[in-house]
Design a protein. Structure first.
Length: 128
């Protein structure tokens, strides 16, 4: 027997009502609509779904890496010394991670960080 009320119902006008949104509505998470590396890999520019454009240097991205090699998993204390990240660091590659993050390969060969959209929004600066 098919349980009624657990499947989305098509509402008048053709829209679909999501069961979980009716139970606990959630704000749509912020995400980038465009991500561009500069030609030299020195900086990343993001355009967000709210229209804001932000950017960060490769050095800042690397200094703020959220991976377990750069942040202690138990204490959340940063273990990477930001002063040890060279100013001339570059991003060699950028890859999407699902619909929620970006991953980078840096010129120092570090490649284990997954940068969720919220973290990227926090560490990038508005272009005003």
């Amino acid at each position: 027997m098919v349980g009624r009320g657990f499947l989305p119902k098509t509402l008048e006008g053709g829209s679909v009502s999501n069961f979980w949104d009716r139970i606990k509505p959630a704000a749509k998470p912020l995400s980038a609509t465009d991500a561009r590396l500069s030609a030299d890999g020195e900086s990343l520019t993001l355009t967000w779904d709210d229209g804001v454009t932000t950017s960060a240097t490769a050095q800042v991205l690397r200094q703020q890496c959220p991976c377990a090699a750069c942040v202690d998993e138990w204490t959340a204390k940063r273990t990477l010394d930001p002063a040890q990240v060279p100013a001339n660091l570059r991003v060699l590659q950028m890859q999407p991670v699902g619909n929620y993050a970006l991953a980078f390969v840096f010129s120092d060969q570090h490649n284990t960080g997954i940068y969720p959209w919220k973290h990227l929004r926090d560490i990038t600066q508005s272009q005003g």
